[in-house]
Design a binder for this molecule. Structure first.
Ligand code: GLP
Length: 240
């Protein structure tokens, strides 16, 4: 595992975008994307580089990491819509090349299996972008999560619902369940870049990088990955 420490979120965005740009030059086709606020500056940086013609998403297919259960694809806070707003519209990636689990599927267990297999059918994820929850979650793999877990339905931790309530009118509107790629699924990505900024993330970053590899800190599984890079700012690195 590599750790890159930038001075501030702007430096993080540049460093993370450099990793994605390098991968795109090697004709990455399958890009795994996380939602949340941490990768947004990186997405903006990537979209600007694409608009300037410095890189191209022409061969990229985007795969969502997770999705809220109960929200349709058209819901403003579905991760499908969030990634359109935060990345794909500005980067020129058409909707037909966004893949994700359907949070409004009638049979959620079948939907989780379908999505897990879809990733494999497309040849796997070439580069996965991740954020990290304040409790060490990646995707919606809350602690404790089996290190070999596959895409599945999960209950959200109360901490996560509170953290994410800023995107909804009321805490009660935050879904209780989600579909998420599992830790085993995420680990199969050929390369992973985890982005974290701000002092609130410092304990989770320290636990993931320096703590034991354990189900109680899902992000610690990245210690095992042959090509995982944490790109963090000085505040998020302050407990390393
Ligand atoms: C959600 C997402 C995660 C993301 C996390 C952190 O829970 N499912 O993929 O990493 O939020 O979000 P933020 O970057 O806004 O702190």
């Amino acid at each position: 595992m590599d750790v890159v420490i930038a001075a501030d979120p702007v430096g993080v965005a540049r460093a993370a975008a450099d990793i994605v740009a390098r991968a795109l030059r090697h004709r990455v086709v399958n890009l795994g994307v996380a939602t949340g606020s941490s990768p947004v500056p990186t997405y903006q940086e990537l979209a600007q580089r694409a608009q300037r013609g410095e890189l191209s998403f022409g061969h990229a297919r985007v795969f969502l990491l997770d999705e809220y259960v109960g929200l349709s694809r058209g819901h403003a806070e579905s991760y499908h819509q969030v990634i359109r707003r935060d990345l794909t519209e500005a980067a020129g990636i058409p909707d037909s090349r966004i893949e994700g689990p359907r949070g409004d599927a009638a049979d959620l267990i079948a939907e989780a299996d379908r999505y897990d297999h879809l990733i494999t059918t497309h040849g796997g994820i070439d580069l996965q972008i991740l954020g990290i929850g304040t409790n060490g979650h990646i995707g919606f793999n809350e602690p404790p999560s089996s290190l070999s877990s596959r895409t599945r339905v999960v209950a959200l931790a109360e901490q996560t619902r509170m953290d994410n309530s800023r995107f909804f009118d009321h805490l009660d509107d935050v879904p209780q369940l989600a579909l998420t790629q599992g830790l085993g699924t995420i680990s199969e990505a050929r390369e992973i870049v985890l982005i974290a900024t701000g002092a609130r993330k410092a304990p989770a970053v320290a636990a993931a990088v320096e703590g034991p590899l354990a189900a109680r800190c899902p992000a610690s599984i990245l210690q095992w990955h042959p090509r995982a890079t944490f790109v963090v700012d000085a505040a998020a690195a302050s407990k390393l």
